[in-house]
Write a protein that binds this ligand. Sequence first.
Ligand code: TYM
Length: 346
Amino acid sequence: MTMTEPPLATAEATARLDALLRPPRVVSGITPSGSLTLGNYLGALRRFVDGQTSQQGFFFIADLHATTTEHDPARLRELTLETAGLFFAAGLDARYSTVFVQSHVPAHVELAYLLESTAYVGELSRMIQFKEKGGRPRTRASLFTYPCLMAADILLYETQTVPVGGDQDQHVELCRDVAQRFNREYADTFVVPRLDKAALAARVADLLLPTSKMSKSAPPAAPGVVRMLDSPDTIRRKIARAVTDSRAQVRYDPVTQPGLSNLLDIIAAITHQSPHHVATGFSSYADVKRSCTDHVVEMLVPVQRRYAELARDRGHLVSLLDTGAAEARATAAPVLTRARDAMGLV
Ligand code: TYM
């Protein structure tokens, strides 16, 4: 130790004080496994933007997660940059938020391995995503260990909250369990985060299959999936064909009227009202569809315009991502060092 370095106990106390004084941190990511949907926007991206001036946000394009299933490398490259463009076009601002590509920060992979030595096979086998897509001889090993990578994504940034849609509960819960176990078995290393699920539109449904999630990994032209970059005409056509029912009664009831309720949910999320209240303003399904289309188009068109500008200057986009990755690497490094030390790696 040189004379200028504070004793370890003081350095730790300073780090803890810094953590108490800084704005709350949030972290979240989106996998570039398809062109982003209205569900990704309402359940996640829009919420990243909403809190960004009062929080310190770390938002990333989870490209490593996109390799857990078969993928085309050229398409992954394209989708990674498209997703990054949409992050900024939606309003993320590099002055407030750190936006980066996951694979540019190697600490994610390194911590994921350390966490694989903390998580149990039993709990990973219970993950719904693994049960749905896994279990075949050619299932990739990374699909099984994926929740450890996701836990690393979160724990590296000492975040209090993780804003996500409704389908990520189980993964965030596993992250909490693993962090608590690590802290107990080794040393107090990780901040244990909590899930911050969208209050509205936590699970936007497919317009044609309203009991299933609207998914970006559906085929590119899937008619029940509204993409953030769909033209107003395409959006209008998709919503006009949305499945409803034959009751001809506008009520919010996701169990008996899932298709109609999905449209009401979308309007409610965009206008920040309760879906029950939204339902009282309509007398026909055609009116609901018209209003839903108008709200979605009005919300997405400015984002699309900004995206078009950003897409014209890829160099600028790449440099924004480089800056974000450097910030993320600097933030993640001390946490990774603490985890390595706690586990006895010299
Ligand atoms: P992903 O890429 O499937 O989804 C990105 C975000 O969008 C939300 N979402 C939805 N919300 C409402 N309705 C929908 N139909 C809908 N579809 C998706 C998701 O809940 C998510 O918030 N594993 C994650 C990415 C990830 C991550 C992380 C998230 C990797 N590491 C760390 C948070 C923290 C995933 O594949 O999400």
